[in-house]
Write a protein that binds this ligand. Structure first.
Ligand code: TRP
Length: 335
């Protein structure tokens, strides 16, 4: 009997120890389990790099610091479709708490990889027509985020204001990007309202930019380009070709004006990133549910002018316009 009691005491002591130990391990793990955030960027170009910077800055301000309060897994697909798929499944396999897709093809890869893990869209032209959400107002699933649809009509009005003699407007975009097709078609449709004829050139890779750029510049009075990732990745090449024929480029974003475009009414890329970061933090904190969180839009576009390019091309900018514009060359110098 004594022996039996001794055994029971020993057994209970062991069980209690095992219980406490188990509890300890669990709670330590609980503390260590930081939210896992996967960010997938399609490719490096100045606009997408600005967006990523905005996302991580905003996350940090919301209390999410890599290695301290979250695990940040940043992946750049270098423009490669198969990388997009591999990197998306990597996040899913690691049971990411949230995934952020920067540019339409990246967001599409993430949304294909999971129907459960929240996906936040970083500067996607039109989530609804790219089939990422049921509707921009009520996404309905695990995906929501920020749209960067640019004010295409205002951009065409700007072309007319700066170059009243433009007759033929060149439009160039990549036929493999849903985001670009949407904008390209908008530009073609609106051009008639400004009395422009259009000449459209589509490309399928960065290798086409040089040749297509030269051919297009030869036929038109000015070139407009949308937020196209392929063109943005090779923008200096397009600038070189257009410059050689003295044809100005009106791009859709500030970063492309800075790289040699003439002017735009566009959205600040860094601010779009910040907005994306804030939405990511809200979902991580459980404050918002993607299914019922509408797609958000940046505030109005700002006027950006490259005065150096205007001078080179002999285009005079009215002083009233200069007063309200951001000169991207000054921005570059002061940075
Ligand atoms: N809107 C683009 C997309 O949906 C991504 C993008 C954001 C972009 N800013 C840009 C592309 C600037 C080119 C230039 O894929």
């Amino acid at each position: 009997m004594k022996k039996m009691m001794g055994f029971i005491t020993l057994l209970s002591a062991f069980l209690i120890y095992a219980f406490i130990d188990g509890y300890k391990t669990e709670s330590v793990e609980g503390e260590n389990k930081l939210p896992y955030v996967g960010i997938l960027q399609l490719v490096s170009h100045p606009a997408l790099d600005d967006i990523t910077r905005g996302i991580t800055d905003a996350l940090e301000e919301e209390g999410f610091v890599d290695g301290e309060t979250m695990v940040l897994d940043f992946q750049n697909a270098q423009g490669d479709q198969s990388n997009l798929a591999t990197m998306s499944s990597r996040f899913v396999n690691r049971e990411a708490d949230i995934m952020v897709g920067i540019a339409t093809p990246a967001a599409q890869a993430l949304a294909n990889a999971s129907q459960d893990i929240p996906v936040i869209l970083g500067a996607i032209t039109d989530p609804e027509s790219s089939e990422l959400v049921e509707s921009n107002e009520r996404p309905g699933g695990n995906v929501t985020g920020v749209s960067d649809l640019t004010p295409v009509r205002e951009q065409l009005a700007l072309i007319q204001e700066l170059m009243p003699d433009v007759q033929t407007l060149g439009i160039m975009y990549s036929s493999s990007e849903d985001n670009s097709i949407i904008q390209g078609e908008m530009a073609e449709e609106f051009a008639a309202d400004f009395g422009f004829e259009t000449e459209t050139m589509t490309i399928s890779s960065t290798n086409d930019v040089s040749h297509a750029g030269a051919a297009l510049a030869n036929k038109v009075d000015a070139i407009w380009v949308p937020t196209d990732n392929t063109i943005a990745s090779a923008f200096p090449t397009l600038v070189e070709q257009a410059d050689a024929q003295g044809i100005p480029i009106f791009p859709a974003v500030d970063t492309m004006v800075q790289e040699g475009g003439l002017a735009t009414i566009g959205l600040n890329q860094y601010e779009l990133g910040r907005l994306t970061g804030e939405m990511t933090a809200a979902v991580l904190k459980g404050e918002s549910d993607p299914a019922v969180t509408p797609i958000q839009y940046a505030e109005e576009g700002d006027l950006f002018i490259n005065t150096k390019k205007a001078e080179e091309l002999g285009i005079s900018i009215p002083s009233s316009m200069l007063e309200r514009a951001t000169d991207t060359q000054n921005e570059q110098e002061s940075e």
